[in-house]
Ligand binder design. Structure first.
Ligand SMILES: [Zn+2]
Length: 439
């Protein structure tokens, strides 16, 4: 028998192949190209593929890389610029004036900074909405990170593309250009119901359908939004979208804090995917999204951090803990959103929302080799009765030691490969001096 070629064997003490699944001990993962070839006892893999390079940690835990389903990556440039303010004051007095000075260069370096932070805290895929998204794509390719990226669309002129119809043209061009990119996936992203006319919402959804892309929108983020949309259309944001025929399984709705039981049933029926952003919702005092009720109704709910200006970090381990804790205290029920559900919201659920169930967010033969290795040999992780419990309630992003994206090692021993991290931080610090001078 001719041995199949593999490029790398990744190993640790334990493997969590999928959220909620059995833990494997003494196993390894054989990677060939961008994909996982085999998951088997390490001894067997070493016999089957002699002389293959290895990456691992004796007391390590392997798990699928996390998927951050809602980011505005370049906003790391505004992290901590202004906090503890009402949403409109925060936006109008700080974020919008700062964004008025936005250049493609700021977007590129800000996005790159966020990617370093994401990789360092176990995220291997992210779903981003921002301006100058070509620059976000360029940064993702340079870093080697997997991204679902979109140009934000709204009714007013954009500093990137000008009038709204040009935005649709830009997204179309990017979808064509990047159709075969191994890391970059284009998504269609109208900003929100209150910033996009019905015509723009429908046209953008048509574009998403034409190219079979996800259609992503901020929806029902807080009471203010619901009031505004009700005043304008006499309907809630979700019912407004339903009336336009825009609720289906390519729809990914971020936030969904102020939604009713009837709207949850509608989401379940139409296959709408939801992204919960607990820390951003807490920080902006938006409220507690009814996540447990959505999950119980069969809605596919994923997790996102939102931008660094409203979080203020991109650590998905922290976000999983926040999601679980917020449901419990919000509904005064400690049984809500158990650790396995939180883990699914950062791995298999996003994969399903992106149409990649079984191919992303799991460690299985044929799946994309997006794998992280955590050091579990630490005081704050000792003892370990239950891996899922630790991953949600005790692990922090800094426990991630190695990371692979599409079979390529992007972080080894906490060093990011092929990126000068000091340069990225120096660039963003340079922009920050100019931003600070505006206020
Ligand atoms: Zn957002």
């Amino acid at each position: 028998m001719v041995a199949e070629k593999v490029d790398l064997i990744v190993f640790g003490e334990k493997i969590l192949p999928a959220a909620g699944g059995e833990i494997l001990s003494g196993h390894g993962v054989a990677v060939a190209g961008a994909r996982i070839r085999a998951v088997a006892p390490l001894v067997e893999l070493r016999q089957r593929y002699p002389g293959v390079a290895e990456l691992g940690l004796d007391r390590g835990l392997l798990m699928p890389g996390l998927i951050n389903m809602h980011t505005h990556a370049p906003m790391s440039c505004y992290r901590g610029l202004a906090d503890d303010l009402p949403l409109m004051r925060w936006l109008e007095d700080y974020i919008f004036p700062a964004e008025a000075e936005l250049t493609p260069e700021v977007v590129y370096w800000g996005a790159k900074l966020s990617m370093l932070e994401m990789i360092r805290s176990g995220t291997t895929s992210f779903c981003d909405m921002y301006l100058f998204s070509r620059e976000v794509a360029r940064a993702a390719v340079d870093v080697g990170m997997r991204g679902w990226l979109g140009e934000v669309l709204y009714d007013f002129p954009s500093p990137c593309y000008g009038p709204p119809e040009e935005g649709l043209k830009l997204v179309r061009a990017m979808a064509v250009e990047m159709a075969d990119d191994p890391l970059i996936n284009i998504v269609v992203e109208p900003h929100a119901v209150y910033t996009c006319s019905p015509g723009l919402l429908v046209a953008s959804h048509d574009l998403a359908r034409e190219f079979d892309l996800p259609w992503i929108i901020h929806l029902a983020e807080n009471r203010e939004e619901t009031k505004t949309v009700n005043g304008r259309y006499g309907k809630s944001p979700a019912v407004h979208l339903a009336g336009l025929g825009l609720l289906d399984n390519r729809t990914i709705a971020a936030h969904c804090v102020t939604i009713s039981a009837a709207e949850i049933a509608l989401f379940a029926e139409t296959g709408v995917n939801v992204v919960h952003c607990p820390e951003s919702n807490m920080k902006l005092a938006s409220g507690v999204a009814p996540v447990a009720a959505m999950v119980a109704a069969g809605v596919n709910v994923s997790l996102g951090t939102d931008g660094s200006a409203s979080n203020n970090d991109l650590d998905m381990f922290g976000e999983m803990a926040s999601a679980a804790l917020l449901q419990k205290v919000g509904r005064l029920d400690p049984t809500l959103l158990p650790s396995r559900t939180a883990l699914a919201m950062a791995t298999v659920n996003p994969a399903a929302a992106l149409g990649l169930a079984g191919k992303l967010g799991v460690i299985a033969p044929g799946a994309l080799a997006d794998i992280i290795v955590l050091d579990m040999n630490a005081p704050h992780l000792t003892p370990m009765y239950d891996v899922a419990s630790h991953l949600v309630y005790a692990v922090r992003g800094g426990d991630v030691i190695h990371s692979l994206i599409g079979g390529r090692v992007v972080m080894r021993d906490r060093r990011i490969i092929g990126v000068d991290e000091a340069e990225v931080m120096a660039r963003v610090n340079g922009f920050a001096r100019d931003i600070a001078a505006l206020f």
